[in-house]
Design a protein around this ligand. Structure first.
Ligand code: SF4
Ligand code: SF4
Length: 196
């Protein structure tokens, strides 16, 4: 797959020497042991939709190409299936790297190149925060309000409803909601402390 410089970035990108260290410090995944066998890319079910394959993204991280990595579509297309991590002979946790660069991109204010996925992630988290588990109909409503795609996948939604997969009444449990809100609040505090 030919490498493509994301739109809006200059053709010459200056390496960021601190990027690899930041990655190592944050998640303790040593991407330097990667020897580019590309087993991760070969097994990735989403690589067809990525601008860089998982192996290319790992290589870009090693080179300190922070701008290219954070502006890439790759981590936004990753479905966290863990195939790459399982297949890597060097035990690089590539799926964790994908999550980390996604978090870094959001923290640094990079506009997600696949905004739908970002909106879906946000809507899912809000849903779990309020209900303590996934309330699918609420998630669909939230997402539609943010994407304005009111009629997209409507047929599929009706089919799911007919098969009893979408419940009208949300799964309300005050105890469960308090627990998840506590988790969110502790995570938020940790993030605040880290950013100081
Ligand atoms: S499978 Fe592991 S060693 Fe092979 S290219 Fe991917 S990250 Fe590198
Ligand atoms: S976790 Fe992501 S990058 Fe790894 S194989 Fe699955 S979709 Fe591809």
């Amino acid at each position: 797959m030919p490498a493509v410089v994301p739109k809006g970035l200059p053709l010459v990108v200056t390496p960021d020497a601190g990027f690899l260290k930041q990655m190592n410090d944050d998640i303790k995944v040593n991407v330097n042991v990667c020897y580019q066998c590309r087993k991760c890319s070969a097994g990735c079910p989403m690589s067809y939709a990525m601008d860089y394959t998982p192996a290319q993204l790992i290589h870009a991280i090693r080179l300190g190409l922070k701008d290219i990595v954070l502006n890439s579509k790759t981590m936004w297309m990753c479905s966290s299936c863990q195939t790459c991590t399982t297949r890597c002979p060097q035990e690089v946790d590539i799926a964790k790297v994908m999550d980390t660069v996604k978090i870094m991109a959001v923290a640094e204010g990079v506009k997600p190149p696949v905004s739908r996925v970002h909106k879906f992630n946000r809507a899912s988290l809000r849903n779990i925060k309020w209900f303590g588990r996934m309330y699918e109909l609420g998630l669909i409503g939230d997402l539609k309000m943010r994407t304005f795609e009111f009629f997209k996948d409507m047929g599929l939604g009706i089919k799911m409803f007919m098969h009893g997969k979408l419940k009208i009444i949300p799964p309300i449990s005050p105890g469960r909601t308090l627990t998840t809100m506590g988790i969110f609040s502790r995570t938020y505090k940790k993030e605040m402390e880290k950013s100081k």
